[in-house]
Design a binder for this molecule. Structure first.
Ligand SMILES: [Zn+2]
Length: 220
């Protein structure tokens, strides 16, 4: 490990521990004091790993990232460690596992920066995403095959449809029909708006609903 990175990890953990120790001497409530003590211990365990040259777990890296964040955000460099903090943040990017959501976000972010990114590149990215998540929502199915919410049995959902549009200058020259994303049960997620649509659900009986609720829970 780069000695400068190592030194800065030590700094952010020790610095955070100092802040939390001060909190323990102050008027924090018991629950917060307990959390501070817990976190101080976990930071100390990471510092011991640092001394012994042991490998960090993903959870360790996340705690390092959390402790470093205040210095990354310190753009005015009031604490004098902003530059090292940004370097450590980059190093963490390399060390930390990416989940699919995050990977997708990063790639889309970069593609968006270049106005000449062809639509087919986005389509390729979305094809890979769908391959990786067959139910198109990573959290697992939330609607049954008749389109009813597995939690409450309602058929009414709000959904976003993402079309890919090709602009030439200000003009749209082609539109690729998109896929449905972010499909959310209106009754569960937007209860205030549900009354406008409740009549669409009128055919369903409440017994079916209760059964569906149970099977939905069991599947998670
Ligand atoms: Zn629902």
């Amino acid at each position: 490990m780069n000695p400068a990175v190592k030194k800065h990890i030590r700094f952010v953990l020790e610095d955070d521990n100092e802040v939390m120790s001060a909190g323990l001497r102050g008027d924090l409530d018991e629950e917060n004091k307990r959390m501070n003590r817990e976190l101080i211990k976990r930071h100390e365990a990471i510092l011991a790993k640092l001394d012994n040259g042991e490998t960090f777990s993903q959870a360790d890296l996340q705690l390092i990232r959390d402790a470093n964040e205040v210095h990354v955000n310190d753009g005015a460099n009031l604490n004098g460690h902003h530059r090292q903090a940004v370097k450590l943040d980059r190093w963490l990017d390399h060390m930390m596992e990416l989940d699919k959501d995050k990977a997708m976000q990063i790639l889309e972010g970069w593609l968006d920066k270049d106005a000449r990114t062809p639509a087919r590149v986005y389509r390729a990215l979305h094809a890979l995403w769908e391959e990786a998540t067959p139910n198109d929502v990573a959290a697992g199915p939330v609607f049954d095959d008749e389109g009813r919410c597995l939690k409450c049995g309602s058929k009414v959902a709000f959904a976003d449809v993402t079309d890919t549009v090709v602009f030439v200058g200000d003009e749209i020259v082609k539109r690729y029909d998109g896929d449905i994303t972010n499909r959310n049960c209106v009754r569960c997620n937007h209860p205030k708006q549900y009354s406008d649509f409740a009549h669409y659900d009128d055919d369903g009986g409440s017994t079916t609903r209760a059964n569906r609720h149970q099977s939905g829970t069991a599947r998670r």
